[in-house]
Design a protein around this ligand. Sequence first.
Ligand SMILES: *Cc1c(COP(=O)(O)O)cnc(C)c1O
Length: 459
Amino acid sequence: MILPFAESYKIKMVETIRKSTREERERWMKEAHYNLFNLKSDYVFIDLLTDSGTGAMSDKQWAAMMEGDESYAGARSYYKLKESIKDITGFDYFLPTHQGRAAENVLFSSIIKEGDILPGNSHFDTTKGHIEFRKAHAVDCTVDVAKDTTAELPFKGNIDLNKLEDVLKKYPKENIPCIVLTVTNNTAGGQPVSMENIKGTAALAKKYGVKLLFDSARFAENAYFIKTREEGYSAKSVVDICREMFSHADFMTMSSKKDAIVNIGGFIAFRDEEDWKGCQMYNIMFEGFITYGGMAGRDMSALAQGLKEGTDFDYLQTRISQVAYLGKKLDEYGIPYQRPAGGHAIFVDAKKILTKVPQQEYVAQTLGIELYLEGGVRGVEIGTLLADRDPVTRENRYPSLELLRLAIPRRVYTNNHMDFIAAALRNVFERRDSITRGYKIVKELPIMRHFTVELEPLG
Ligand SMILES: *Cc1c(COP(=O)(O)O)cnc(C)c1O
């Protein structure tokens, strides 16, 4: 008998989670104004809101925390982290920041001016927020096939090189501070970008004299997909693939809360000393001195270790197999999602399930609320709420997809939890035709409204 696949770690510490009754959940959901972000975590049984900062640290990471050096300047922990970043990315220069959006804030303060254009593949919400806040524009050049959730393709996160070149041709290079390549492409469903596409993007960047930024939160998962899906990479190590990926970029922003498996942290890394220097002032103003940037020494030490663990093949195989396991369960039940299963999450195709709910009534949000009411499982809307309003017309932007993202925290849940999630979703799926109305907005902020929006049920 071929030995079955099993997790590459065992459990040393546990945290109790509790189920609740449907009655309780209905009350809590109403009190939260039908925004899943407003729920107390104690009211959630399985929390798939995000894979950001929700991972379980290892014994080695906790040990590294004890060795953290809390010196204000030049801490040992900083140099440990610098070595780890250099080893995996090849970048010589870096600035710590307290998380990924802070890295964006610092870098963009240095390189973006009003009216600038930043083409990319489905800019992440905070990235787009930081661009639009500076009155610059994020131009989405993702491949069209990413919008077809049924297309079973290996690299649906790719940038469309023709669309990208059109943008690069149209605007002078002085107005394009960089191209933003997000690896993996979160918004398109945790879908990876191929090495071929990375090379093509880098070649265009070079041709038009613009810089290339990697939004790198899930770079290791991207490298795993390159290793397992792209020709010529199966024999290469994940770290070698990471080095090759980053060899094509000028700089990177990192949310360490994802693939580096820490609860908080981020950084910017640079190839050129000049780019690094250009950001130092903003790092000092917004984050902290250039050798800690809003992070405790112990957190930098845990991050240095987390980068190593996050790029370990056995760990990545365990993680990505768990996401695929949930995908297979949904296949059994006929529930549509963005195919193939992504790196960090399953993106359920809400529009295909709640066909009677109009898009103006927030379809994916409606499905998210139903799933919570059904089983205390919390996902997150990737749809019209997230897409926000057009900055000029203030009209809702209706994306072609309404997705409910079920993000799987790293090293936290077991496959029994995956079975529970799939069963809860199946129950909602089976009564889908009885769900005909969604929600309306009663309160919202002008930017990144989805975090705090308040809703009321219709009908
Ligand atoms: C999470 C994330 C960010 C923002 O990072 P935070 O640590 O949440 O501030 C930026 N880009 C991508 C692709 C992300 O996944």
